[in-house]
Design a protein around this ligand. Structure first.
Ligand code: GUN
Length: 295
């Protein structure tokens, strides 16, 4: 079997077209322009490229966007003051503080300082709690994007054995929770593997859907999966540079070998990445509508 490629680019394009229309209508009917601020502390090249992509997509869709690049030496108190300023700025509906933050800044302290109604990353405990309870909230962008990819590509999740590799707060933990909920893209039986899992391959081999979010290039090999598996590769690993200085990317999955066994597979790049950014835009529009009392 050679896998069908699930294109995050194409799926994202369809959702972005819907959003662009919605944003134009918001402006026309309600004079509402969603606003997003991205805050980048320091100059990590990967983070810079993510923030650039978020800013570019905002502009393409008609979202007002502010980008605040501040020095790596910024203190925790200074960053808290900046977040507070954004909380109080009516032009801003969504606040994104790019992670990871420099070591001297307490990440939780910053994320908890963001107004939950502007927490378009879905990382604030209020939104995390609501997500677990299945209430209306901002869903974290990467897991939300993966759900959309599964649903829009008609991949059956109900009753499926889903195995997730990696227990991060950004991907693994919320992904596991969303996929067990009674919702589109949910109703699955979920196993979450991590660095202390006794026999990871035992689990990966029985997965109907395998989601890899570990940050280890090509960790998932063909002998670890069963025929017909659906592979969602969240990894974005920089494994080298081209002659003209561009990063060479690899996922957490050995794409070339695994695609010969899988039924569906997401590529890297062009898989989960564009979906994450798109769901950030969707959350920003949701935040703007909520702020304006439009439901
Ligand atoms: N770093 C890696 N992924 C993310 C994300 O989804 N949001 C933020 N804020 N930082 C990240």
């Amino acid at each position: 079997m050679t896998a069908k490629i699930i294109s995050g680019v194409d799926t994202a394009k369809a959702i972005r077209a819907e959003l662009k229309q919605e944003i134009a209508e918001l402006k026309e009917k309600h004079n509402v322009v969603p606003g997003l601020v991205t805050i980048l502390v320091g100059a990590d090249p990967a983070s810079q490229s993510y923030v650039t992509a978020k800013e570019k997509t905002s502009k393409e869709l008609g979202i007002y966007s502010e980008r605040l690049d501040i020095p790596a030496e910024t203190t925790e108190a200074e960053l808290l003051a900046l977040v507070d300023k954004c909380n109080k700025n009516d032009k801003i509906n969504g606040i994104l503080v790019q992670l990871p933050l420099p070591k001297h800044i307490n990440e939780a302290k910053i994320l908890y300082a963001i107004d939950p109604t502007k927490d378009v990353d879905g990382f604030h405990p209020v939104n995390v709690g609501k997500m677990i309870l299945g209430e209306q909230c901002f869903l974290p962008c990467t897991p939300h994007g993966i759900l959309e990819m599964l649903v829009r590509n008609d991949i059956k999740t109900s009753g499926a054995e889903v195995v997730i590799l990696g227990r991060s707060n950004i991907v693994g933990k919320p992904m596991a929770n969303l996929m067990l909920q009674k919702r589109p893209g949910g109703n699955a039986t979920v196993t979450l593997c991590h660095t202390r899992t006794k026999d990871t391959v035992f689990h990966t081999k029985r997965a109907d859907i395998l989601i890899a979010a570990v940050g280890v290039p090509k960790m998932v090999t063909a002998d670890m999966v069963k025929d017909g598996v659906v592979i969602i590769d969240v990894g974005v690993n920089r494994i080298g540079k081209t002659a003209d200085g561009k990063a060479i990317l690899a996922g957490d999955v050995d794409f070339d070998a695994v695609k010969e066994k899988a039924s569906y597979i997401t590529p890297v790049p062009g898989g989960v990445g564009p979906m994450t950014i798109t769901m950030l835009m969707k959350n920003t529009v949701q935040a703007a509508k909520q702020a304006a009392g439009i439901l």
